[in-house]
Write a protein that binds this ligand. Structure first.
Ligand code: AMP
Ligand code: GLY
Length: 421
């Protein structure tokens, strides 16, 4: 059973269903795309008890959690109490995403390279600190999860003060009880995933995410408007440094504090002039990065997840196809400030070979699909080169239409320039 309802979960369901184990698949709550390959169950992703009861009553052999909220809420412990298998970290380990202050303290103790920071639990103390600080920009962050809206890059002291006041204004709820003020790093950003049983790691290939709504990284932040993988700009030595200097010491420190991490660990990394530095950790697969990573996976994902559960990753390797993948997100009118539901989606028939369509926020009525939220569809093109993968993705995008459809036209453009063909 896969928990969640977005494009990431659609990709997870599709990849798990293709396992040679030939599992019977469920998804809670799933979406209209997922319903083609799994039995969807009408339980929200944050109803931990109902999910556990369903898993128990239906003898679910493995539950895979997509979003962070249930993990941070303790879904893993909830399942373990009933001896049910679940892929995802404990509540204690999920704090690595649930509290940015916790993650930064952990990195400090583990010696992981990251931006310098100060943490405050009172507005007055944070403002006093800003008065002593000379160099701007700084990054101001709410401690908890705020759906990507809790990070503000402040170019001046005034902007930083406004950001601190905003965090403490109550608008982020409990996520805004503490604030982090960080050095602003410059460089290229990458999303790095590893699967881990707490000790051994299986590195997945890195991906690039596009967070801003507009071409050329203009406009407000979103949940992600596109992605591609692999990253030809990342040197193998840089990737090795990320594993050795960021991932391994972090997992070691988690064991030391009695919160061993198992599942998928996602590190957001800035590759700076002085080497890679960790920006943040997430306790789950990235969205939309997963949609460009899983179509390239040759190994059996279900087998790997079962091995994590049996703490048996030692000596395993992940095999990848030589394919490249590019994902373009189709968003509804008004996104990211608002979103528009109920617009009919056309052009989903006759999707060419090498293209995957993942549903992220759709509704199905009488055999027709409609928009049902901000990020509606993920269109993934694959091919032997980024040029081909990208051309396939955008050709499919041209074929799909709904009122107010927005998308970026520059996804993976930089990768083409770097491609060695
Ligand atoms: P986060 O939610 O921590 O991933 O932050 C969202 C985005 O803000 C990141 O993907 C980065 O683009 C940016 N960001 C976060 N922290 C920093 C930092 N210390 N320096 C520069 N950019 C940052
Ligand atoms: N793509 C960013 C995230 O999943 O958090």
């Amino acid at each position: 059973m896969v928990v969640g309802s977005g494009g990431r979960e659609h990709a997870l369901v599709e990849t798990l269903a293709a396992s040679h184990i030939a599992p019977e698949m469920f998804a809670a709550p799933g979406n209209p795309g997922i319903s083609r390959i799994a039995q969807t169950v009408d339980i929200p992703a944050d109803d931990l008890i109902a999910l556990r009861d369903f898993a128990k009553e239906n003898s679910i052999d493995l539950t895979v959690v997509g979003p962070e909220v249930p993990l941070i809420g303790g879904i893993a412990e909830c399942f373990w109490e009933e001896d049910l298998r679940i892929f995802g970290p404990s509540r204690a380990a999920a704090r690595i995403e649930g509290s940015k202050v916790f993650a930064k303290e952990l990195m400090k103790h583990a010696g992981v390279p990251t931006a310098d920071f100060e943490a405050f639990d009172r507005e007055g103390a944070a403002l006093a600190y800003l008065r002593t600080r000379r160099d701007y920009p700084v990054v101001v962050k709410a401690d908890g999860i705020a759906a990507g809206k809790g990070v503000i890059i402040a170019r001046s002291r005034e902007e930083a003060e406004d950001a601190v006041r905003e965090v403490f204004s109550g608008k982020f709820g409990a996520a805004g009880e503490r604030v982090l003020i960080e050095e602003c790093l410059e460089g290229r950003e990458a999303s790095v995933f590893v699967m881990t049983d707490g000790v051994n790691i299986l590195p997945f290939l890195p991906a690039q995410d596009y967070k801003r709504i507009g071409d050329g990284d203009e406009g407000p932040n979103t949940g992600g408007m596109g992605a591609y993988s692999p990253l030809m700009w990342m040197e193998p030595a840089t990737y090795a440094a990320i594993l050795e200097e960021i991932i391994r010491p972090t997992l070691h420190q988690m064991r030391l504090i009695g919160a061993p991490y198992s599942g998928l660990l996602y590190a957001g990394v800035m590759v700076t002039e002085t080497g890679p530095k960790a920006l943040e950790f997430n306790c789950r697969f990235g969205d939309p990065e997963t949609q460009v990573i899983l179509p390239r996976l040759e190994s059996d994902l279900l087998e790997l997840m079962l091995a994590v559960n049996d703490e048996n990753l030692y000596g395993r390797e992940v095999e990848w196809l030589a394919e490249k993948a590019v994902c373009v997100v189709l968003a509804s009118e008004g996104y990211p400030e608002t979103s528009h539901s109920g617009d009919e989606i056309g052009g989903l028939e006759n999707i060419p070979v090498g293209v995957y369509i993942y549903h992220a926020a759709t509704d199905e009525r009488d055999g027709k699909f409609y928009t049902d939220g901000g990020r509606v569809l993920n269109v993934v093109g694959t091919g032997p080169t980024v040029i081909e993968a990208r051309a396939r993705a955008y050709a499919a995008v041209e074929q799909i239409h709904f009122a107010g459809m927005q998308y970026r036209t520059d996804i993976a453009l930089e990768a083409i320039e770097l491609e060695d063909i």
